[in-house]
Design a protein around this ligand. Structure first.
Ligand code: MTE
Length: 328
């Protein structure tokens, strides 16, 4: 048995225990403490499960900008990328299972053939998009972003995708559109987790329109230069790197522009624990654990969590004058 550095159990308990008190009750205390040490082991040791995605993402753009310009934009980060095997085998996707290391297997047959993404609401030109349509209007770009989960673990992931702003601009938002709502596919025959009541389905998320239009905000269709695999949210998911990972809604079928702030899944589950904004903030703790540090998957020792996950320069302006302890 490998030894792992001592970290308090509350910082390493897996999300299905944090997030799903009902399964916590079912699992019982003995199981829960066993899960904690298994989880700790995993955090320090990238998963060895072999999970392959083999389909290269066609048309991935090579940037003409220098590395330092890309870093100034926040589109690259000078930190080691998380091994692909961990990105593909350590997931949260409750439509399939609440077991992080079971998502890849549970989702492996999820077919996204013929996927349509509807963009509607307060726009002049509502439209259905195929994934090829998204790429036709904006060829996929690579973005190497930090990803910080609210559970205090993190990764560095080379995403590929289309800036959400490009898609929204092309449907022409009305001036009255102030928010953007996102919705995951609802189809329990293909997403068996939707037969359970761990969350209210479909999974929904939302952004303010200026957040949605921000140049960091990506509709990801790939990672590690390949098409997004089912467990990471195929065929299209949201990536907002300055926010906690749960904002990154997966397998999106609908994006709707609205005048009012839309409901969001984890906020609906527990409003005092999961806010609408969910900006990474080391000074605002989760009611049940500290957000000051994080466990980078594959590293030993903990890192300090950075304000806005290290994207302060790019996004702080969006929240000027707001009390971030209230709007967490
Ligand atoms: N989207 C949907 N539809 N369902 C989910 O359960 N989990 C969220 C987010 N998006 C989730 C989701 C959470 S809690 C996190 S941390 C990230 O996806 C995890 O993304 P990853 O598995 O690609 O690392």
């Amino acid at each position: 048995m490998e030894t792992v550095p001592k970290i308090p159990d509350h910082e390493i308990t897996p999300p299905n225990v944090y997030f799903n008190r009902r399964s916590f009750m079912r699992a019982g205390l003995v199981a829960a403490s066993t899960i904690s040490s298994v989880s700790a082991y995993r955090l320090f040791n990238p998963a060895r499960t072999k999970v392959a995605t083999t389909t290269p993402l066609a048309g991935l753009q090579q940037s003409t900008e220098t590395e330092s310009d890309l870093m100034a934009r926040g589109w690259r980060v000078a930190e080691e990328k998380t091994p692909e095997s961990s990105v593909l085998s350590y997931n949260n996707f409750y439509e399939f299972t609440t077991e992080k290391e079971g998502v890849a297997a549970a989702a492996k047959d999820f077919s996204t053939d013929g996927w349509q993404l509807l963009v509607d609401g307060m726009v002049a030109k509502p439209r259905n998009w195929s994934i090829d349509d998204l790429h036709a209007i904006s060829p996929p770009q690579e973005r190497v972003y930090r990803m910080r989960c609210v559970e205090a673990w993190s990764m560095v992931i080379p995403w590929a995708g289309v800036p959400l702003a490009h898609i929204l601009e092309s449907v022409e938002p009305m001036p009255s559109a102030k928010y953007v709502a996102f919705e995951t596919l609802f189809d329990p025959s293909r997403m068996p987790g939707q037969l359970t009541d761990v969350l209210q389905w479909p999974y929904v998320e939302g952004l303010r329109i200026d957040e949605a239009m921000h140049p960091l905000t990506l509709l990801a269709t790939g990672l590690y230069g390949k098409l997004l695999p089912p467990q990471d949210g195929a065929p299209v998911r949201l990536v907002t790197p300055w926010k906690y990972g749960f904002k990154g809604i997966k397998s999106i079928v609908r994006i709707t522009l609205l005048a009012e702030q839309p409901p969001t899944s984890w906020n609906r589950y527990s409003a005092r624990e999961y806010g609408f904004y969910a900006n990474v903030n080391p000074t605002v703790d989760h009611p049940r654990w500290s957000q000051a540090t994080e466990q980078r998957i594959g590293e030993s020792g903990r890192r300090k969590t950075l304000m806005f996950n290290g994207y302060e320069e790019q996004v702080a302006e969006l929240y000027k004058g707001m009390d971030l302890t209230q709007h967490f």
